[in-house]
Design a protein around this ligand. Structure first.
Ligand SMILES: [Zn+2]
Ligand SMILES: [Zn+2]
Length: 136
């Protein structure tokens, strides 16, 4: 499947199914998206590549304490994905995919950081921080 930022300067494609699809309510994602959450698909790095343009990269330490490289379009500012260095995957913005309707969230994470007015689905797994066995 392919995806692109709003202006089309940066385009990517990936193969296979995402390992997970998450709503992340951490503070960083709120700032990144200007909303209460990030809707991302976890895609192994080997399955993902940029096919047009290159994203601008901004590195930060995630709430889990590990390095996250946020990638966005330097032209239009659309956030495209976060490289989660500890997990060897990208959390790709499902909103940028060519067929976002194929995906539904499987879990909500970092809901302890969610604003009071956030909408959190009640039919998926919800975690204050992360699922117990995960260290991502
Ligand atoms: Zn763009
Ligand atoms: Zn987040």
């Amino acid at each position: 499947m392919k995806g692109s930022c709003r202006c089309g300067s940066v385009q990517y494609q990936f193969v296979g199914k995402p390992d997970n699809t998450i709503l992340c309510y951490c503070k960083e994602c709120q700032l990144q998206t200007g909303s209460d959450k990030w809707f991302g698909a976890w895609i192994k790095k080997d399955n993902f590549k940029f096919i047009e343009g290159q994203p601008t990269i901004n590195s930060r330490i995630g709430e889990s304490g590990s390095l996250v490289n946020n990638m966005f379009c330097g032209q239009c500012g659309t956030p495209i994905c976060g490289e989660v260095t500890v997990g060897n995957f990208y959390s790709v913005s499902i909103n940028t995919m060519e067929k976002p309707e194929l995906f539904s969230p499987q879990m909500a994470i970092y809901t302890r950081s969610a604003p009071k007015w956030a909408s959190i689905p009640n039919d998926i797994a919800v975690f204050d921080i992360l699922p117990p066995r995960s260290n991502k």
